[in-house]
Design a protein around this ligand. Structure first.
Ligand SMILES: *[C@@H]1O[C@H](CO)[C@@H](O)[C@H](O)[C@H]1NC(C)=O
Ligand SMILES: *[C@@H]1O[C@H](CO)[C@@H](O)[C@H](O)[C@H]1NC(C)=O
Length: 415
């Protein structure tokens, strides 16, 4: 029956069906052969890539020792950029930057600060214990070495006050492995009066009631804060610690509090951070170990991923000289074509006035951005805490804070 039917079909449509079948079979064979060939070629490629990778040096990436930036890194300008607002900021928010360095780092680090972000400050000074004509440096009469950091900071600000008090409105201290986006620093400061006693940085919670600014990403003092520090603070042992210690950032933080200089909030209007004590990668993809000292130190809770960081971020720390050039390229040159962001300046504040605290909007789609760490290390208590959990954490934090001095010293940078 079947035979019959198909033979009828066969017989009945003989010429048409045969050619159609031939075509289909031909296509099928062709397809199989093509697949086979492409599979063989791909495995050939994989084989040759593996051979190259194992045998040939030219498959390796350059290591960090291969290149160091030279002084001839090519510069080019962008004559068609509209820098109207940045130019206005440069005139109205005059910024003196001073960079803490030492004789070992003049050539290795400090000169690359000058070639990259440093050149954008209105005034750029390098504070060292030795003279250097290329940078040049301000030769402070302070012995080198980490124990002398606090004395060095005081001498540096005394020099700045004596020689440049009237040349700038804001005074930014940075390390030679800090990278700062100077335009964004001016933008954050723009609404504030330089006569307001305030300073900004990345705020840490312990040791000082109002918090203190991490030394690594730098801190910026208003003109009035600088005056109080040098005129009322440094000479008065009740205000600022005489002599010297390693932790300059904690000491200046205590000093600022004694002098009624507010510890400002450097986050943007969305509550995203702008100044950071680590490199961008370490902030974007944070080290999650809850025992890491950082989680007990941060003043404001931070979100992970892109929610961590302001689109107008200001400063990062632990930036190698090479990466300073990479950041300069990424920030000042590379642009996605056809995307322009509209920007405008905020209104000015009166002396003593502050920006309202940021609105912290809950991340709308990212479950991970509200995780255990956020809950445990937020500056506010959860609404209905699990008593056992909270007690345990409090103990942990206290234990951590007792040992943190050691931890911290091991984590802190060489300057
Ligand atoms: C440059 O930007 C400023 C401020 O945003 C604007 O007023 C001006 O029209 C712009 N100039 C050009 C040539 O686009
Ligand atoms: C700081 O403010 C407090 C309270 O207003 C005041 O008693 C104190 O004298 C001020 N100290 C300085 C150094 O201005």
């Amino acid at each position: 029956m079947k035979m019959h039917a198909s033979s009828i079909l066969y017989e009945g449509n003989l010429p048409k069906t045969r050619s159609l079948l031939t075509l289909l079979i031909g296509m099928l064979i062709g397809f199989c052969v093509a697949e086979l060939i492409s599979f063989m070629t791909i495995s050939e490629d994989i084989k040759s890539i593996n051979t190259l990778a194992s045998n040939d040096l030219h498959m390796q990436q350059p290591t960090k020792d291969v290149g160091v930036p030279t002084l001839d890194v090519i510069e080019h300008e962008h004559p068609h950029d509209n820098t109207t607002l940045a130019d206005q900021l440069k005139r109205e928010v005059r910024l003196l930057c001073w960079v803490m360095t030492n004789p070992n780092n003049h050539k290795k680090k400090a000169r690359h600060v000058k070639r990259t972000w440093g050149k954008r400050c209105n005034i750029l000074l390098f504070m060292s214990s030795a003279a250097d004509d290329e940078l040049p440096t301000v030769k402070l009469d302070v012995e080198e070495g980490r124990p002398n950091l606090w004395r060095k900071v005081k001498e540096a600000f005394k020099y700045v006050y004596k020689h440049h008090y009237n040349d700038a409105d804001w005074f930014y201290k940075a390390d030679d492995d800090t990278y700062a986006v100077v335009e964004n620093l001016r933008y954050m400061l723009y609404p504030y009066s330089p006569e307001t006693p305030v300073h900004f940085g990345f705020k840490f919670k312990p040791f000082v009631k109002q918090g203190y600014m991490s030394g690594g990403s730098g801190y910026v003092l208003s003109k009035e804060a600088l005056r109080r520090f040098v005129v009322e603070g440094i000479p008065d042992p009740k205000m600022c610690l005489p002599g010297t210690v390693i932790n300059e950032d904690i000491e200046i933080g205590k000093c600022m509090e004694n002098l009624n200089v507010t510890a400002g909030d450097s986050r943007d209007v969305n509550g995203r951070g702008r100044m950071f004590p680590f490199a961008p990668e370490q902030i974007l993809i944070p080290y999650k170990d809850p025992n890491f000292w950082y989680w007990n130190y941060i003043y404001y809770k931070t979100d992970d991923g892109l929610d961590c960081c302001s689109d107008n971020a200001i400063a990062f720390h632990y930036i190698t000289p090479n990466f300073m050039y990479v950041l300069d390229y990424l920030i000042y040159h590379l642009k996605p074509f056809g995307v322009l962001r509209t920007e405008r300046l905020p209104a000015k504040l009166k002396v003593g006035e502050f920006m309202p605290p940021p609105k912290e909007e809950p991340a709308n789609s990212n479950e991970d951005s509200m995780d255990d760490y956020d809950r445990l290390y937020t500056t506010e208590q959860p609404i209905e805490p699990d008593a056992r959990e909270v007690d345990e954490d409090k103990d942990d934090i206290e234990k951590e804070l007792k040992t943190e001095k050691n931890l911290r010293t091991t984590k802190k940078p060489e300057t």
